[in-house]
Design a protein around this ligand. Structure first.
Ligand SMILES: [Zn+2]
Length: 369
């Protein structure tokens, strides 16, 4: 039986208001995925009186939750989007640590979660289209869904860190198969909360390995997440980009991830592009080779110091989408790309200066038609 170790603190989202504006309250909206899985949104309406910019869906990575976009002591992307007039829907898809643990794959989310999420937002907002900001494994699953033609109502996407063509550093590429062949055989889930409480032999073994290899800080969950998600000290951010309270806060934000997802990630890395793990007829067998079945405009972003997925991974996704989106000679490419020097994987959203360095770009791209 899988236990959930997520700390009970941090359950409410409390956002700092940007520019002195009064933010609306965040509400939880439950809905059902197409296979019956119960999901929800953390919904932040636009600040009253702002120009209606329409709905935007935010999609978190694996083993975290909607709250991860919302560190309490910095100005966050959801707060800035709301202040700019966007109706913000932060999705807890089935990888969320707030939901029942399950041994999902990207395919499950692509086929069952995102199509239902988009329909729910359109139904509640009475709009015809939406935009999206997607991150990490959430970006993988979302990209699989939209490239399969399952999200025709999404017109604009900002994807962070990885999308159609994942690529990791050599050390991580060597480590992943070894971890799968050893630790992955002993457990169905990895969990950075093992740094706080290790309930089994495999959890204790992992805690021991982290203890002997990671000395970069005193936050056990920070160190465990570095161990689980690649090779870096730390892996997911640079410490100097996080203010101390955000570094403390992440202790309650990382928990269980099924080995099934790492198995599929390994297959994707081997192929050089996303590959389905299930046999769902909704996902084309030529995914990653054929033209993506979407008219949406993408902006691919990543940190220049990204130690989870290499920056070239996003550059390759950008090239892939542009290759399949021909424009007249001399016209700019349809899809955009930007690399942020000094940023990594997740400090693009958690960084203390992201409100200045990153979020204004995202808002500008989402504001374009
Ligand atoms: Zn740390």
């Amino acid at each position: 039986m899988m236990r959930r170790f997520i700390a009970p603190r941090n359950t409410d989202i409390s956002l700092r208001s940007p520019y002195g504006v009064q933010l609306p309250a965040v509400e939880t909206v439950w809905f059902t995925a197409k296979d019956g899985f119960e999901l929800n949104f953390k919904h932040l309406p636009p600040v009253p009186g702002t120009t209606d910019m329409g709905p935007v869906m935010l999609v978190h990575g694996a083993g975290v939750r909607a709250n991860l976009f919302c560190p309490p002591d910095i100005i966050t992307l959801p707060a800035m989007l709301s202040a700019a007039g966007f109706d913000v829907w932060i999705l807890n898809w089935r990888s969320s640590i707030d939901l029942e643990p399950s041994e999902y794959t990207l395919d499950h989310a692509a086929v069952f979660d995102f199509p239902a999420a988009v329909v729910k937002i359109l139904e509640l907002t009475k709009k015809k289209t939406i935009k999206a900001v997607v991150h990490c494994q959430g970006s993988h699953a979302f990209t699989m869904s939209i490239a399969s033609g399952l999200l025709p109502e999404v017109t604009r996407v900002v994807a962070n860190s990885t999308a159609m063509t994942p690529k990791v550093r050599n050390a991580a590429a060597i480590k992943l198969p070894i971890a799968m062949a050893t630790l992955g055989k002993m457990t169905d889930y990895f969990d950075p909360q093992y740094g706080l409480y290790a309930p089994s032999f495999s959890a204790k073994l992992m805690d021991f390995l982290v203890d002997v290899t990671h000395h970069e800080c005193r936050n056990a969950v920070c160190k465990h997440s570095s161990f689980v998600y690649g090779v870096g000290f730390p892996t997911l951010w640079s410490h100097h980009n996080l203010d101390p309270s955000t570094h403390d806060w992440i202790e309650g934000e990382f928990a269980h991830v099924p080995v099934s997802l790492f198995r599929q990630t390994r297959a994707c890395l081997k192929e050089g592009h996303l590959v389905p793990a299930m046999d769902y007829s909704e996902i084309p067998t030529q995914l990653g080779r054929e033209a993506p079945r979407t008219d949406a405009v993408f902006t691919f972003i990543t940190g220049g110091d990204n130690r989870t997925f290499r920056p070239i991974a996003m550059r390759n996704s950008w090239k892939f989408f542009n290759r399949h989106s021909p424009v007249p000679l001399g016209a700019p490419p349809k899809h955009g790309f930007k690399e942020y020097p000094g940023y990594g994987h997740l400090d693009m959203f958690l960084g203390q200066y992201a409100e200045i360095d990153v979020f204004p770009d995202i808002i500008r791209w989402l504001s374009e038609d």
